[in-house]
Design a protein around this ligand. Structure first.
Ligand code: DGY
Length: 328
């Protein structure tokens, strides 16, 4: 019997590709070329499944050009690159990779918060540039982390991971804002208090964004929100580009309206707003919050398992939608 054909749209771990090749006829992109939407649509021809990352957009045009497609497995927990309602309407299963990256991403959120508050990259650049000629009492004096107030916007699994690190590891006062309030049990475990967004912005010493991207969360932080924050506050975005208005942030940082920011995700990435590249009080990283070998391997394997289980058992492991009458 012919194996089903799938597309692996980006380079992944060779051993994961090998496990897919046991079950599927695989066209892969181990050269990791950046494909245009037209090229991705063309490569999808004849494929019943695909493994994508957050960079590949699955939309109505691609779905209409590929009516044979039955499942697309995203190697990411975020899925704003998927038009899930269009996929459901087209009878295409969508899946993501929750849980396997939660703690690793929370670690990174904390690392970025620490680097931002304690001015680690800014001071390293100064040292590497040969500018360190003497020690002085206020050299790169930053903001306190332990004992301060952290405000977390988006209290899903990763937000809760950050809250636990903050409360239990750093004795921080944890406040959060979320679409829905956590159960009393989870709030107690995270030692977190629910507040309005306005209250959070006014009170937090460190604001951390972990909210999923959607039309409603677009520019959760813009000029008006930055104006509500303390002038000593830091802002960390490990959620998605577009959650922060990057142009407004660059302006606020240049004007020292807030003290500093740590940004891992950008509007229009891999392009970065030129204003952010100019200001010293921002730590910039290239969307690496889940990037440890162990976690990236687990994400790739879970995406592969979604494809394999769908075609061998009729059910994806971590589906995002329910597609009536669509089993393999
Ligand atoms: C995720 O899993 O959503 C990360 O941001 C990687 O894309």
């Amino acid at each position: 019997m012919n194996k089903p054909s799938i597309l692996v749209a980006r380079a992944i771990f060779p051993e994961v590709l090998q496990s897919l090749a046991q079950v599927f006829e695989v066209e892969s992109n181990q050269a990791d070329e950046v494909w245009s939407a037209a090229e991705l649509t063309r490569r999808m021809q004849g494929k019943v499944g695909a493994l994508t990352t957050g960079s590949e957009r699955i939309d109505t045009a691609l779905l209409q050009a590929n009516p044979q497609l039955r499942i697309v497995a995203n190697m990411a927990v975020g899925f704003n690159n998927f038009d899930v309602p269009a996929m459901t309407a087209a009878g295409v299963v969508a899946s993501n990779t929750p849980d396997v990256l939660t703690e690793t991403t929370a670690d990174f959120g904390f690392a970025l918060l620490m680097a931002t508050a304690r001015r680690i990259t800014e001071s390293e650049h100064f040292l590497r540039a040969g500018q360190w000629t003497k020690w002085s009492y206020d050299m790169f004096a930053g903001a306190e982390v332990h004992g301060s107030t952290i405000g977390i916007i988006g209290m899903g699994r990763i937000g809760q991971g950050i809250a636990r690190r903050a409360a239990h590891g750093f004795g921080m006062n944890v406040i959060y804002h979320n679409r829905s309030r956590l159960s009393a049990e989870l709030e107690a475990e995270c030692k977190a208090s629910y507040v309005s967004k306005e209250e959070l912005l006014k009170t937090a010493d460190h604001v951390v964004l972990v909210v999923p991207y959607s039309a409603e969360s677009h520019h959760t932080i813009g000029a008006a929100e930055l104006a509500q924050m303390k002038s000593t506050a830091t802002l960390v975005n490990i959620a998605r580009g577009g959650i922060v208005d990057d142009a407004a942030l660059a302006k606020a940082l240049a004007a020292r309206q807030i003290a500093a920011a740590g940004i891992d995700v950008f509007e229009g990435e891999p392009s970065v707003h030129p204003g952010l590249l100019k200001v010293p009080n921002v730590v910039l990283t290239p969307h690496i919050a889940s990037a440890t070998i162990k976690t990236r391997r687990a994400m790739a394997q879970l995406a592969a398992d979604n494809l394999m289980e769908f075609f061998t058992k009729g059910q994806a492991v971590t589906p995002l939608n329910t597609v009536a009458g669509r089993t393999a």
